[in-house]
Design a protein around this ligand. Structure first.
Ligand code: NAD
Ligand code: UGA
Length: 440
């Protein structure tokens, strides 16, 4: 089967590689020429080593190619997956301009092409976008009708960055939302080699499943953060509390890790978008509002711990370790490092920032702060360090590095280090949800 993927980002490339590995011939279309050159050379435009390894193999054996020619790529394909970005507008609504442009291009390409093909919306869009906005664009531009000459599906993606390939090959579930039975049968058949529970729904239900899932993940994190903030003020270690809470199978252990809030290209924007949709429907969505508010304020938890240690932060040098939105990825979209560093700078703190992989991307967001080339360099003469992202290599920080600090104080924003080991290596340990700060 020939498959066309429009938008060669995280989702597009994970989808392309997954179908390539299942034996289909995949073409990835993008408007970014540099991205296309990278893919053609077997290189991923982002840091995801296992996915890159498979991409390289597929490019080499001709099963996956990159193209800027949408017309030809669509005309030759039986399935077209729309995987372009849907970022937040300042109102919180999603920006679907890229998706509308891609739909117009796909529609034009279909106008002159014979045969039945299925258009699959994989980008995350709020319920009713596909049937009320995208469907008319596809029909008007192609002169063909959906349900007869064209199939239309919504197939949300649930992968996590950092495990994109595994999550694509072994998804927790597959959602096939479809306009009609023929489209649904075709997409379900395409996915049949992947063994997972499949939910066949209409278009709006599939759109809503994606938002409901991400909102729940966000709710768990904001809940964990609120419990952790309370534990800290009570002088209790939240890790012990949440470990015991998570043992209840009705609650579950995952996504109960407190930190400096959830970042990334999806959880924050999806909560914002669903909240905006609720507002349009005159529904107050109190839970979504609370999830977002806790998350917005969570980076300040590091500031409040720092203040409990130093009283006045002015003139201190603070190392911020980890700039990506989580460890293991180079994605800096909506990273909590931005509000954290912004708050530190507002308190006249000198910030030295370090990340093992994401530094070059982060520099574009905050070009004027000082960057260090190693953890040791960042810690040298620092009065404190804040761990913002859970990079595995930060677990190795010990006496040799702490001894470079003017004042060895560690604020563990992701509960990565063992408090006892840090203290044994001569530094003072404070963590999100770790009661020492208030007890002292
Ligand atoms: P991305 O920004 O990494 O990639 C989008 C790509 O689309 C870019 O390469 C861009 O150049 C390209 N593009 C934009 N307009 C185009 C056009 N008209 N024609 C061809 N290409 C075009 O985006 P992403 O992170 O892969 O996210 C894509 C969608 O999937 C979003 O709706 C997101 O919410 C959703 N999603 C993302 C993830 C994730 O982990 N990143 C997971 C699940 C769902
Ligand atoms: C998230 C979801 O986990 C995916 O299922 C979904 O497909 C994706 O969004 C999406 O829709 O794009 P991802 O953005 O890769 O995936 O990131 P997560 O691993 O979910 O982490 C998000 C943020 O929450 C990170 O900042 C992370 O540090 C934080 N987090 C996560 C916590 O603070 N505590 C936790 O227990 C888990």
């Amino acid at each position: 089967m020939r498959i066309c993927v429009i938008g060669a980002g995280y989702v597009g490339l994970a989808t392309g590689v997954m179908f390539g590995k299942l034996g289909h011939e995949v073409v990835c279309v993008d408007i970014d020429g540099r991205r296309l050159r990278d893919i053609s050379a077997g290189r991923l435009p982002f840091y995801e080593p296992p996915l890159e390894k498979e991409l390289r193999k597929l490019v080499k054996n001709g099963m996956l190619s990159a193209s800027g020619d949408i017309k030809k790529s669509v005309a030759r394909s039986k399935f077209v997956f729309l995987c372009v970005q849907t970022p937040s507008l300042s109102s919180g609504k999603i920006d679907i301009r890229a998706l509308k442009t891609a739909c117009r291009d796909v529609a034009r390409a279909m106008a002159g092409a014979d045969g039945y093909r299925v258009i699959v919306v994989k980008s995350t869009v709020v319920p009713s976008t596909t049937d009320t906005v995208l469907k008319p664009i596809l029909e008007d531009g192609s002169g063909k009708s959906i349900g007869r000459e064209i199939g239309l599906c919504v197939n949300p993606e649930f992968l996590q960055e950092g495990s994109a390939l595994k999550d694509s090959m072994e998804p927790s579930r597959i959602v096939v939302g479809a306009h009609d039975k023929r489209s649904s049968d075709a997409l379900a058949r395409l996915y049949s080699p992947i063994k997972s529970s499949t939910f066949r729904t209409d278009l709006r239900t599939a759109e809503m499943i994606k938002y409901a899932a991400n909102s729940f993940l966000a709710a768990k994190i904001s809940y964990a953060n609120e419990m952790a903030n309370l534990c800290l003020r009570l002088g209790i270690d939240s890790e012990q509390v949440l470990a015991a809470v998570g043992e209840d199978p009705r609650i579950g252990k995952l996504f109960l890790k407190p930190g400096l809030g959830f970042g990334g290209s999806c959880l924050p924007k999806d909560v914002r978008a669903l909240k905006q949709k609720a507002r349009e429907l005159d529904y107050p969505a109190h839970l979504l509002t609370a999830i977002q508010r806790i998350n917005d304020e969570q980076p300040d938890e590091a500031i409040s711990i720092l203040k409990s240690v130093f009283k006045d932060l002015k003139g201190l040098r603070i190392a911020v370790l980890g700039l990506s939105f989580k460890g293991g990825v180079d994605d800096v979209r909506d990273t909590r490092a931005v509000p954290l560093i912004t708050s530190l700078l507002a308190k006249n703190v000198e910030v030295v920032a370090y990340d093992p992989i994401a530094m070059s991307r982060f520099i574009e967001l905050m070009p004027t702060i000082r960057y260090a080339s190693t953890v040791e360099d960042a810690l040298t003469q620092a009065d404190a360090c804040v761990i913002q992202a859970d990079w595995p290599e930060f677990r190795e920080i010990g006496r040799a590095q702490f001894s470079k600090m003017r004042n060895p104080v560690v604020i563990d924003g992701r509960r990565l280090l063992d408090p006892g080991e840090v203290e044994a290596s001569g530094a003072k340990y404070f963590g999100v949800g770790y009661g020492r700060a208030r007890r002292e």
